[in-house]
Design a protein around this ligand. Sequence first.
Ligand SMILES: Nc1ncnc2c1ncn2[C@@H]1O[C@H](COP(=O)(O)OP(=O)(O)OP(=O)(O)O)[C@@H](O)[C@H]1O
Ligand SMILES: [Mg+2]
Length: 308
Amino acid sequence: MQHGSDTKILCMGRIYCDLIFTGLPAMPVLGQETYAESLKMHAGGGCYITAAYLSALGNKVAITAMLPADPFRETVLDEIRQMDLDDRYCEPAPMGQDPQITVAMIGNNERAFLTRRASAALPANTGPSFALPGLRHLHIGELTTLIEHPDLIEKARAANLTISLDCGWDEAAFCHPDLADLISAVDVFMPNSAEAERLSQNSVSLTCAAQTVIKRGAEGAELHIAGQRYFEPAHSEVQVIDTTGAGDAFNAGFLTAWLQDKGPEDCLAAGNHAGSIAVSRVGGAAGLSPMMYRDTNTPVEMGAQAIL
Ligand SMILES: Nc1ncnc2c1ncn2[C@@H]1O[C@H](COP(=O)(O)OP(=O)(O)OP(=O)(O)O)[C@@H](O)[C@H]1O
Ligand SMILES: [Mg+2]
């Protein structure tokens, strides 16, 4: 597939390889062995999942990030390419670096995660990514990436891009002294309710960005613009199988509508729709394909497949 002329959205953030153990009889216990029924490997991390859903919704998307070290790089790159994401500015991790992976253990309605955050999120020189023809928007997968690369704001603005930012849970990030300045520099800030609550404990105003979306899980989502609050309920009829990546999928739905200049309620509804697709599927973005949900009226049941 040729990339370039119509790539609309650039996603930047930390990419992981997820090792997903499912069918555990119970969570592992110290000093004992636990056997899983299945193990799958998939590309993960908020930036990747949002990029994959953006592609599934019919957008042309580029992704710029460091790739996890071998032997996991190949798995991640295969999935990036299957999703038709432009990876020309992704870079391999330096030789000898720990692989950046998340081990997910899932069983009996319980889950545990273990993550090695190994590399810098992004290549040292992000400049070339901003010269991709046709770009309109930058999505940053988590606050930590923006803290590590505050120059993204200036580069995106110089390229006339709008900017969105997910939050992600990172205690060190929540205590960063420049947090309010960084958040207020983006157009759309997209925390979930727990992250929003944590930020307000640190006196970061949730409305410091021009637009703030707060994702509220099964309740739905709200959008704050210039002192106005809009709310749209989540899809209540959806069969919830696995909520992994729901927030990242929500971002993709919301941004697809937002970039089409839809109004607040429509953007929230599009986010909720993508979120409901994600919760009806197993895993983050496994089993998606480009354009799969291009028709935004695709019934949610279409997504109800155990893909892992
Ligand atoms: N149980 C549910 N039923 C229906 N829709 C849901 C449910 N959980 C999540 N969603 C949809 O997904 C959106 C995002 O979910 P949530 O608020 O859990 O994000 P999140 O915590 O950032 O998720 P994650 O970080 O795991 O990707 C919600 O706003 C809603 O539209
Ligand atoms: Mg989230």
